[in-house]
Structures are given as C-alpha cells and as structure tokens.
Design a protein around this ligand. Structure first.
Ligand SMILES: Cc1ncc(COP(=O)(O)O)c(C=O)c1O
Length: 392
C-alpha cells in the first residue's frame, strides 16, 4: 500500500512554499475541497441558499455515506456538527446526569472535555474520576477497569489522541470494558480521524466526535458526531433539540427523528458540509491505512532526527505514538523558537500548560512546540525542518 506523494502535493499547491507542520491545528485543504465550497457559495449567491439546498440535496446526503465508509458505520449513525466540541457537548447533553453520577476519564483528555465535566460537576454534582498513567505514559488499563468495576460510572469518556502529545490511548480495550460492564462510552477522536484508522465497530463506542479541519483536511467550522444504534433506539437526544431533530407533534409534545440527525440543528453551512464531504472522499480514495503507514514513516524519521540534536527534548510518551511531536530546545525561550521557526517558514503550534494541566505538570513544562506532519509532507521536508531546528 503506498500513496502518490507527487499527485497529493499537486493537489495541495501551497504545501510547496512553506514547511507546513500544523495538521493537528488546522491542515491544508486539497484544492478540490476549496473549489467545491466556492462553487456551492457561488450558486447560493445566484439562487439563494434554500434553492441550492433543494438542488444539491443528493450531494449533501452523500456526506453521510462518505463518513460511514471512513469510520465503518451506517449513514444514519452520523450527525454533522459545527466542530468537535459542538458534537461532544451535544452528546453529553443527551445524558441524564444526576447528583452523584460518575464520569471516568483520563489525565490526557482534551481541555474542553475536562471543562465540560467540571461544569457538569458544578451544576449537577457529578463526580469525575481519572485513570492513572503507567510510567511509560500509557493509561493504566488495570486501574481503569477497577475504576469502572468499583464506581459504576454513568459515562466513560476518553480522548483517543490528546492535543498536547502524540500518545494514542487504547480506545478499543476500553470499548471492551464498557461492553462488559454495560457503560456509556464517549470517544473524542478529534486528532485521530483522518490520521489513523478509526473503526467504531472495533471501538464499540456509543458516541464519537471529531472535527473537519485537522487531519481530515476539511474546512473550518465542520465536524461530525457518531451515535450508536443502541443509543438512538434508547431515545438519546440532545437537550436542546430543534426542528431539525424533532417534529412538534402537538401543542405540548414533540417526537425525535429516528436517525442521528436528531443531533443536528436546522441551520447548517451546506457549502462547508460539501467541502468536508469532499475532504473525506479524498481521504477515503487514498485509504486511511496508506495515510497511516506513510505518516508513521515520516514521523518516525522526525523523532529520530530530533533526538539526534543536542538540547532538543521531546515529550511524547506512550507505547503507541503518532503524528504529533512536542519538544523544547534548551537555552531557547518560546519567543526565540517562534521567531526562528517563523523566519524559516515553518508552520507549527504551541501546546501550553493551560490546555494540559495534568500532563504538562507531570512533564514539568509550561509549553512545548508541536509539529504535526501529515501525508503531504515529504522526507526531505522532515530533514529540512530538523536541520533548521538544529541550527537554531
Ligand atoms: C483532542 C481534541 N479534542 C477536541 C478538540 C476540539 O476541536 P474543535 O476545536 O473542532 O472543537 C481538539 C482541538 O484541538 C482536540 O485536539
């Protein structure tokens, strides 16, 4: 299995005038994605949004087919979301939390998820429990299972790949536990969808949320939520369900629709949905397995080359890591590193302790530079980036 890097770079023209290493932030869209969005907007300019939606309905519906191919489910399990946090919050809002209910999560879960749990704690008096990490950074699965057994949580919530490190959490092993103990299971796959294979049948989750702009290379302001049949049949629906998600059947009653679109809102950015669909179609055509294989190779080289540089400290822990690489350079301030990378046209992100209160406190760092290569990057770029960091 291999990818056609020349064609991919042709499809991504602006990857050649810079060293773009920020796909974990917001990646570069393939040209076809941007063209589809522009074409749709142009039609809206001419005809108005309602007419275009009617005319393009079949094409819009294909969004759900593309997502279902990508994550191995049925189209009716998918809801468009405005971003990963929107999808996640709607999933949480469908759970009937009561005082004393427990959520089990990890030390590496995403900042906004942690804030959401704290907000639920404030309003409903729920309890938050976090699984321990092993020495190598992995989640301690024995401890995690014991937590589930002993505390009987209302929800198990895990971030597949954290924003601030390359750690991959074992969402499939946790899925087995949730199945065994019959617990609700929510997975934040914001950094994994588009980067590595994500299969909801293997993960056995009830909800899975993600965004469009990162490794999927879609437009900003897009994402989706997967909802299992089990939860749809049990009647899970967002707290603030609207006329897209439900019929107002009588003065004092409403009925939620049968599919996961009950998690959508009536007003939607259809130009962007078409754009995200095109991005997913593009990834499906290349095949996620091929993307993953290629990424493993280039990120392996990046880590190896960075570790050969004196004074560069990498912070990514765990037995399975991926295309997010965090580091600092001894004797260099954040400002100095930023200036250097920017002057050399390297596009990157900063992870700071504000978004990694537990992980960065343990690692003893306040910030780290995050490089996140993706399959349009080349081995030559990996070498060039490392050289530039070495010369700093
Ligand atoms: C792991 C993880 N979850 C969720 C999010 C939130 O995504 P969005 O900004 O699309 O809501 C991010 C964004 O960086 C993330 O890294």
């Amino acid at each position: 299995m291999s990818i056609d890097i020349d064609q991919i770079r042709k499809d991504t023209p602006h990857c050649t005038d810079k060293l773009f290493f920020n796909s974990a932030g917001s990646s570069l869209m393939p040209t076809v994605v941007v063209e589809k969005v522009k074409e749709y907007l142009e039609e809206e300019r001419q005809l108005g949004g309602y007419k275009v939606k009617d005319l393009r309905n079949e094409e819009i519906e294909d969004f759900y087919n593309q997502v279902s191919t990508l994550i191995n489910c049925e189209p009716h399990n998918i809801a468009f979301a405005h971003d990963a946090t929107d999808a996640y919050a709607k999933a949480l809002s469908s759970i009937d939390f009561k005082a004393g209910d427990k959520i089990i999560t990890s030390n590496d879960d995403y900042i906004s998820n942690q804030i959401n749990f704290l907000s639920l704690q404030k309003r409903y008096g729920i309890e938050i429990l976090r699984g321990n990490n092993l020495e190598n950074g992995d989640l301690d699965l024995d401890h995690f299972e014991k937590l589930i057994q002993e505390s009987n949580p209302k929800l198990v919530a895990i971030t597949h790949i954290p924003t601030n490190s390359g750690l991959i959490q074992d969402v499939e092993a946790i899925g087995e536990m949730c199945e065994e103990y019959d617990r609700l299971y929510l997975v934040d796959a914001c950094q994994s969808v588009g980067q590595i294979p994500v299969d909801v049948r293997k993960i056995k989750c009830d909800f899975l949320s993600t965004t469009g702009r990162k490794y999927l290379r879609g437009p900003r302001g897009t994402g989706f939520l997967f909802v299992s049949d089990k939860l749809l049949q049990a009647g899970h629906a967002p707290l603030f369900i609207d006329m897209r998600g439900a019929n107002w059947t009588d003065k004092d009653s409403y009925e939620a629709r049968g599919d996961a679109k009950r998690f959508e809102t009536w007003e939607s950015p259809y130009a962007l949905i078409i754009g995200l669909k095109e991005a997913i179609k593009y990834a499906n055509a290349i095949e996620i397995k091929a993307i993953d294989e290629y990424n493993k190779k280039i990120v392996g080289d990046l880590k190896r080359l960075l570790s050969s540089l004196t004074g560069v400290n990498q912070f990514d822990k765990g037995s399975t890591t991926c295309s997010l690489v965090t580091f600092t350079k001894e004797g260099k301030s954040l400002q100095e590193i930023e200036d250097w990378l920017t002057n050399h046209k390297i596009f990157y992100s900063i992870s700071d302790i504000g978004s990694a209160r537990i992980d960065f406190a343990k690692k003893g760092v306040d910030w780290a530079i995050r490089l996140s290569p993706h399959y349009f990057n080349t081995s030559e770029e990996i070498e060039r980036v490392t050289e530039i960091i070495g010369e700093m």
